[in-house]
Design a protein around this ligand. Sequence first.
Ligand code: ATP
Length: 686
Amino acid sequence: MSPHTHAFQAEVAQLLHLVTHSLYSNPDIFARELISNASDACDKLRFEALNNPALYEDQPNLEVRVSIDKAAKTITIADNGIGMSEQEAIDNLGTIAKSGTKDFVSKLTGDQKADSQLIGQFGVGFYSGFIVADKITVETRRAGLKPEEGVRWVSGGAGDFSTETITRPGRGTSITLHLREDKQDYLNSYKLKSIISQYSDHIGLPILMPKEEWKEGEEGQPGDMVQTGEWEQVNEASALWTRPKKDITPEQYNNFYQTLAHDFEDPLAWSHNKVEGNTEYTQLLYIPARAPFDLYQRDHKHGLKLYVRRVFIMDEAESLLPQYLRFVKGVVDASDLPLNVSRELLQESRDIKTIREGNTRRVLAMLEDMAKQQATPPDSAEGKTDVGSGESVPAPEPVETEDGVTDVVDKSDAAPAAEAAAAFAEQKTGANKYATFYAEFGAVLKEGLGEDTGNRDRIAKLLRFASTTTDTVSVSFADYKARMKEGQEAIYYITADSLSAAKNSPQLELFRKKGIEVLLMADRVDEWALSFLHEFDGTPLQSVAKGAVDLGKLQDEEEKKAAEAAQETAKPLLEKLKEALKADAQDVRATTRLVDSPACLVSEDNGMSVQLARMLKQAGQPVPDIKPVLEVNVDHALIRKLAEVQDDATRFNDLAQVLFDQALLAEGGMPADPAAYVRRVNALLA
Ligand SMILES: Nc1ncnc2c1ncn2[C@@H]1O[C@H](COP(=O)(O)OP(=O)(O)OP(=O)(O)O)[C@@H](O)[C@H]1O
C-alpha cells in the first residue's frame, strides 16, 4: 500500500521547530529520551502480558538494541516492547495529548535561550530525535497484531509525516535516525556507547550494542575498530532503586531523575529508602527544581511510577501521594501488592494508604531539611551535620502510622564518606535550595493546609511569606513570632491580589505606625489555605482586613478612649454615610487603623474577604452577595469636608461615593461604575 501523508497537529509542528532550534546545544538528550521510551514500551508489554502471556510471542527476553550504520549515516534504536498499531503511531507521534499544550506553545517567544528554558518544563520525548536527525523512520508492530499489520512512519520533522503498512515479523519498535550533516559524530560507536551507558545505566533492561574489536591494518594500513557480529550489554540493567544506596553515585541519581521526569535540570533533592514493616516497599522520591508548565491544570498528570516486585504497573499513580505534593517525582516499588492491581483498587488498598503516608512524611522531611539548610548556612558547624539533599537526607525516626504500623527505615547502607563530602560540596552551592523550591512550589504546598489535616502543623512550619519588613518571600511563622512585639497577641497578615497591593494597603497604616510586622500574602491560594489555619504554635492568626482592628495590649488606653469618643461624635455623620452608601456597604464605622488614608474596606470577622469574593467572581464561581464594611478615619480632611457639606445632599452623596470607590481601588478592586467615578472626581477637581 502506498504511504499516506498526515499533517502534524499545529502545536507539534511548532514544538518541533523549537526543539531543533533551541535544544541544538544539548543534542545528547535524544539518547536518553528514546531509550526511556523504549524501556517504557517494554514495561508496558510486561504489564499487558501478565494477563496475556501470548503477547511475548517467541521473544520473552525484553531488550533494546542500538546500532550504527556508517554507510547509511543512521542510528537505530530498536526495542521488542509493546509496539504501536498504525492508528497509535499516528496519534502518539503526530499529536500531543497533554492539555494546556496550546497555552504553553503560545508562551514561547522565539528567543532561543528563553524558550530552551521553557521547553525543559515540557519534556520533548520522541521529538528530541529531530535535534540530531533530519529524518526519522519508525517501524513498529503492536504485540498481538499480525506481522502484516506493521507500520512504517516517516517524517522530516517539518509539517507532516507519512505512514504505510509493512510486514514486520518481530513485535516492537525500531527508530532510525538519519543524522544531520553536522551530527555525524554520533556515528562513532565509542562516543555513542559512552552516552548511552551514561543515560541507560539505571534502566532495568539490557541495552545492547554491536561488539567491536581492534583490528590491526594490513600491509601498513592503519588499524580500526571492527564489529565482531556479537552484541554486548552496555548498561548494568538493574533498576536503580533496587541497588544499595552505597553503590549509587549522585550523578546516577541525577541521571535517573532526568530520565524519569524528562527534565533537563538536576533535582533539588532526593530520598531513597527501603521501608520495612507490615508494608514493605522501596521509595525513591525527587524534588524537582522547576515547576512543569501544567502544574495548575486541573487534569495535570501527577503521581509516582508504581512497580510491584520490579514489574512496572503504572505511571502517575496518584494515590501514592496527596494532591498538594503533586510536584514530587519518583518510583515506589511495593512488595505486597497483587500484580493485577488497578487504579480503583489502589484507592482502597490499606497498603497504599500506608505507603502514601510514608511518602508524605518523607517528602515533608526532605523539605524540612532543605529549609533548615537554608536557615543555617552550610559553612556553620550546624549546617555540616545536617546535609539536606540526596543520600544525606537523614531518615526520619520510625513513626507510628494511624493503623499502628511502624515504618522502619533501612539506614544500614549509609553513604560512604567521599560521597557524603561530595553531597555536602553540592549543598554549599545549593544554599538557596529551599528558596528555589518555594518560589516554584510554595503555592502548591499551601494547599496542604486544607488537604492534609494530620500534617497541618508541619506544613505551616514550611510556609514562607513576604512581610512589611522584607520584600522577599522568606519569613516563616516562627521567624515572625520570634520578632513579635511585647504584648502582641496575634500573627497579623493581609491578603491581596499582588505584593504591592498588599504592601500599600491602607489597612497597614496603624501597624506601620506602631512598628508591628504584618505578613503580606499575594498568592491566589493564600486566603483559602489560611482559612484552615487559625493559629500557629498557640498564637492566633488575624487578618488585618477582617473585623474591627484589635491590637489587644498594643493599643493604649488613651487611643481606645479617643477612638470611642470619635465614634460617638461622628455618629450622625456615620449614619448619614451609611444611608448614602447602603447599596455598597453593610456598615460604616470609625476606625483607628488608618493614619494617612480617609477610608478602607474590611470584611466581617468570619466573612469572606472582599478580595476572595472578587477572585471567585472572576473565576465564574457563585459568590454570596456580601457587602464590605467601610471604615473611616474621622481625623482625615476628607471626612471633615464630608461633615461640612452634610446639608448639600448631592455633594454629600457624590463625595461619599468617591470615598467608597477610592477605598475599593486602594485594595485592588474596581468601582462598579468606573465612568461615574471619573465624572464625580472630575466634578470635585474642577
Ligand atoms: N519505542 C516506543 N514503543 C512504543 N510506543 C512508543 C515508543 N516511543 C514512543 N511511543 C509512543 O509515543 C508516545 C509519545 O512519546 P513521547 O516521548 O513524545 O511522549 P511521552 O513519553 O508519552 O511523554 P513524556 O515524554 O512527557 O513522558 C508515547 O507515549 C508512546 O505511546
